[in-house]
Design a protein around this ligand. Structure first.
Ligand code: GZL
Length: 339
């Protein structure tokens, strides 16, 4: 028994020594926390609209639509507190190019441009790209590679032409002779509205003939002048006019009345834009249809500009949504029109 007792006590002492050692052994030092990384360089503060400096190279003031767009670009800058450098090119591409170079020299954050024609922009757009300044195309496209512009904000002009075609075909009962007043030669909307309309006519209305198509340069004066010539050349043959914008249609209406004919009755009038003047003409029974093309692009333009200025990306095509307006509702629509 004695031997058992002795071993027991020896074991007890051993266990007690072990426990004391465990208690007295300092806990392993907590692993060294890695030093907090050096504070990363603070990212630049996001720009706000009030920080934004934007250049806008506008075409000119050729139509009511254009002046409505200019009003939207200027008014929205005022509302948002954006610093806007605005230039009016008086319809000349070389003046738009000069304006873009001046915006680059001023190191603006973003450049907006409504290209008067589709071609001739590669060099100056590349200069903006080299300067790190994004380009936004507003209401008209440019024939350049995708890397030379950040976004196109504007309408589907081919669809506008197709809509005008279907309205004209309906109003003529599927047969008759028409003349076409085209926009500025080489301008995106003129090229596409013609394509949309002419292709749709060929596909859907074989009994409607386009007697002649000529540019009226998107202006009322030129539209009147060309319509006068058409009325002399095709006396008594013209059943309808398709004008690429309302201003040329309003000029054509004047020419038709001065020739002793009734616009919208003797000659159907279909045009594009949706400016107040055409609603007044439709309400007075002098025009039949306008296909809307929204010029109030200021809000979308500055939203995209701010995103780009903060290093973000935007959709390559920010499309405008538009309607078709006819004479039968023009009087009630007119008070709601804002341009
Ligand atoms: C369309 C715009 C056209 C309008 C015309 O986006 O470029 O130019 O239809 C204007 O009225 O002159």
């Amino acid at each position: 028994m004695k031997g058992v007792t002795k071993s027991f006590y020896l074991l007890l002492v051993f266990v007690m020594v072990l426990s004391l050692a465990a208690c007295s052994t300092p806990a392993p030092a907590a692993a060294e926390e890695p030093a907090a990384p050096a504070a990363e360089e603070a990212a630049p503060a996001e720009k706000t609209y009030q920080d934004l400096v934007v250049g806008f190279a506008q075409i000119g003031a050729e139509s009511g639509w254009r002046t409505a767009e200019t009003d939207s670009i200027k008014a929205e800058a005022e509302t948002l507190g954006v610093k806007l450098q605005f230039s009016d090119a008086q319809q000349k591409q070389e003046n738009q190019i000069k304006a873009i170079r001046s915006f680059i020299a001023q190191q603006v954050d973003v450049i907006g441009v409504a290209p008067v024609v589709e071609t001739g922009w590669e060099t100056v757009f590349a200069e903006a790209k080299d300067a790190g300044i994004p380009i936004i195309l507003v209401d008209r496209r440019a024939d350049v590679s995708d890397d030379l512009f950040a976004s196109f904000i504007g309408s589907d002009f081919v669809l506008e032409g197709e809509n005008a075609c279907m309205e004209m075909g309906e109003l003529l009962g599927g047969a008759g002779n028409i003349v076409e007043l085209e926009g500025t030669v080489g301008a995106g909307p003129a090229i596409d509205r013609k394509k949309g309309f002419d292709d749709c006519m060929a596909a859907n209305y074989p009994d409607i003939t386009i007697l002649e198509s000529q540019t009226g340069d998107f202006t009322r004066a030129k539209g009147k002048e060309v319509m006068e010539a058409f009325l002399k050349t095709y006396t008594g043959e013209i059943n309808g006019v398709y004008a690429h914008n309302d201003d040329m249609a309003l000029g054509a209406i004047q020419a038709i009345e001065e020739a002793g004919l009734k616009p919208a009755e003797d000659i159907i009038i279909v045009s594009i834009d949706g400016v107040k003047g055409i609603f007044e003409a439709m309400a007075a029974g002098k025009a039949n249809v306008t296909v809307e093309c929204n010029p109030l692009l200021g809000p979308q333009f500055y939203e995209a500009a701010l995103t780009l200025a903060n290093g973000g990306s935007v959709e390559k095509w920010i499309k405008s949504n538009e309607g078709i307006f006819r004479a039968d509702t023009a009087a009630e629509d007119l008070p709601t029109r804002t341009y």
